[in-house]
Design a protein around this ligand. Structure first.
Ligand SMILES: [Cu+2]
Length: 509
């Protein structure tokens, strides 16, 4: 597997810099995930865990030579790693991240899904880190922060889509109660960071014109920066996958040959009990943790990415997607979710049913491990003090071309779109009156999905991204807890965010 060669080489390259960092910071330890060693664990090999209640890390954002079969010659990375190093913390930890910008454009960092302050040097998306500059982020993970799989990535409005599409992003794990449930603890753990990259001749994919409107996708599907990596699990064992959609715009619709997934956590942490799924759809920014029970006959099983169509026909019908796009018309399939409803992961000119993105095989065996029966309570939120409406759509702006709108307006840095009171619980009706899917993301506070088009959501779960399809009204409930300040909500297709689909949220103390 050439992909493994890439990761090993990049790790060797990294090792010098990382070792220097270790010596300097002295609070570092290599992750215990190191024991897994080979290939697929490349992301984990670049993992850093907090010790003694502290995590201190340098992240260098830079343009880096990479060797990904069929992929680009260069990508944007943190510390030369694609994806960036896995950061692992515990509730109560003090976190200090020094971001060094060696890109040719401004950047910053967002700690997607963390419940931490939105201002100062915490999850402040309004910070601007100029090329050549550094910024130290300092925050404390709240002592009662739920365990889960989170996601750090740039969030500087104007450059975020280019930078995420170019490769930037990484996984941030919060350890906690979920990890101490015996059946979960017994599982072998594996991060799957999903990112599509442009083909070798597409460069960074900047300025793709039509691609911006639809949301740029690349035809090279990577899992932890590798093409078609190999995974293994002992027969009888449990494999716990922490899956992150780190794509700019691509939706990943996953299925594993002959194995159901047992969903144990969504964006914001544990469910009350596992939910069995035949497939798992993740929009950009969404995460899921699943258990796979290795109780089949053995052999090799493909992890598949199934087609998904996120743009309805009609408006887009007459427009040819640019190179590397994978969207097609919904073709009268309604939500277009069935196999064959759209184009495959290659390009619009290469319709494909599905693509194998990784392979799972059984290696060795253990006494059969049971699935957990119960996980953790997901407390319902109190009744809301008010309900607001957020309408997602698009339009044309004079001199600008296509813009994406929330309540009829494109993003304005200076405007406060929504003002709420600290401690209040609110319902938000997110209404999609456009023709494309929009994954709606709110910073700082997680929410629970209450209903879709009036139908109560069957499973109570903590989310911070929710998919809202054309014609849908999704009601979410959130509590503005603990942290006053200014933050944002937006579509997590970053090209849509850049083209206006974002609003400023002011949480008043
Ligand atoms: Cu969108």
């Amino acid at each position: 597997m050439q992909a493994v060669r890439f990761s090993r080489r990049s790790l060797l390259t990294l090792a010098g810099g990382a070792a220097a960092t270790v010596a300097a910071a002295s609070v570092w330890t290599r992750s215990r995930q190191l024991r897994h060693g080979a290939g697929i664990h490349a992301a984990a090999e670049g993992a850093w865990r907090s010790t003694g209640g502290q995590l201190e890390v340098d992240l260098v954002a830079k343009d880096t030579a990479v060797a990904i079969p069929g992929g680009p010659a260069r990508a944007l990375t943190y510390n030369g790693l694609l994806p960036g190093p896995v950061l692992e913390v515990n509730p109560g930890d003090a976190v200090r991240i020094r971001l060094h910008n060696r890109l040719d454009q401004p950047t910053n960092l967002h700690y997607h899904g963390l419940h931490i302050p939105p201002g100062g040097t915490a999850d402040n998306v309004f910070l601007n880190v100029a090329p050549g500059a550094s910024q130290t982020y300092d925050f404390t993970v709240p002592a009662d922060h739920p365990a889960g799989t989170f996601y750090y990535h740039p969030h500087r409005h104007g450059t975020v889509a280019d930078q995420v599409f170019g490769g930037l992003g990484g996984v941030l794990i919060v350890r906690g109660e979920l990890d101490r449930i015996p059946e979960v603890q017994a599982a072998q753990e594996q991060v799957l960071f999903l990112k599509d990259l442009p083909a070798g001749n597409d460069g960074t994919g900047r300025g793709m014109g039509m691609g911006m409107m639809l949301g740029r996708e690349g035809p090279v599907l990577t899992v932890n920066g590798q093409v078609a990596p190999e995974l293994s699990v002992p027969a009888g064992g449990l494999l716990r996958l922490r899956i992150v959609n780190g794509s700019n715009a691509r939706f990943w619709r996953l299925a594993l040959d002959d194995h159901p997934f047992h969903l144990i956590a969504t964006d914001g942490g544990a469910l009350e009990a596992p939910v069995e799924l035949e497939e798992l759809l993740l929009a950009p920014g969404e995460r899921a943790e699943v258990l796979v029970q290795a109780n089949r006959g053995g052999g090799r099983y493909r992890l598949l990415n199934l087609p998904y169509v996120r743009v309805r026909g009609g408006m887009m019908g007459g427009m040819a997607p640019g190179r590397g796009m994978s969207m097609g018309p919904r073709g009268g399939m309604g939500m277009g979710r069935g196999p064959g409803a759209g184009f495959g992961p290659g390009s619009a000119s290469e319709p494909q049913g599905q693509l194998s993105i990784a392979t799972l095989s059984y290696a060795g065996s253990v006494d059969p491990l049971p699935l957990p029966q119960r996980l953790l309570p997901v407390e319902p939120l109190p009744e809301p003090v008010r309900t607001r409406r957020f309408e997602l759509n698009h339009g044309m702006a004079p001199g600008q071309g296509m813009v994406f709108l929330i309540n009829g307006r494109p993003y304005d840095h200076h405007r406060t779109d929504t003002r709420v009171r600290l401690g209040d619980t609110e319902d938000w009706d997110v209404v999609n009156t456009g023709v494309m899917d929009h994954p709606f993301h709110v910073h700082i506070n997680p929410f629970q999905v209450i209903s879709r088009d009036g139908t109560p959501e069957p499973v109570r779960a903590w989310k911070d991204v929710v998919l809202v399809r054309p014609g849908e009204t999704v009601r979410i409930r959130t509590r503005f807890a603990d942290f006053p300040g200014r933050t944002v909500f937006h579509c997590h297709i970053f090209d849509h965010e850049e083209l206006g689909m974002m609003g400023n949220l002011e949480i008043d103390a």
